[in-house]
Design a protein around this ligand. Sequence first.
Ligand code: MN
Length: 198
Amino acid sequence: MSTKDYRSKRDFDKTGEPRGSSDHKSSKQPCFVIQKHDASTLHYDFRIEVDGVLKSWAVPKGPSTDPGEKRLAIPTEDHPLEYADFEGVIPEDEYGGGTVMIWDRGTYENITEKDDEAQPIEKAVEAGHALIELHGEKLQGGYALHRTGSGDDARWLLIKMDDEHADARRNPVSSEKKSVESDRTMKQIADEEGGKDG
Ligand code: MN
């Protein structure tokens, strides 16, 4: 799903989300962002920079630090790289209306291998098996994105890899609730940004 889908779903006169330019600059270290999104149903948008866009999945329960937890991750449309900086309120009558928080952000390394060789992240995502090491403020260490099934039955799972950053007791989704960008709660973002014009 391309950023064309992203643009077609939004009215940029009404929402403050970035339009995204076609000529993107790619940083040396690819970035990731996890945006807590209080839309019709609360979820965490997990986005990783791949080939100039943010490949995106909606994770209803949010990421876990417990390798025993498999978190459902629903693919959504690619977002422009600038979206990684977006925190604010999408108007209620717009697509994805609700409060968006930058819950975690940082860089990642692609650690996917195939036949003992490094596999480019584009290929890994396409193949449905990507291993990445996050260097975020809340999340660190390896995470696996795995697609199971095919066609309409395809499901993606986000799973913490069992490394030194794995911690079954930590549960950051419930214990670390503030924005890494602004140190605000969801309510503070909603109160402070909600009245602004898009
Ligand atoms: Mn969302």
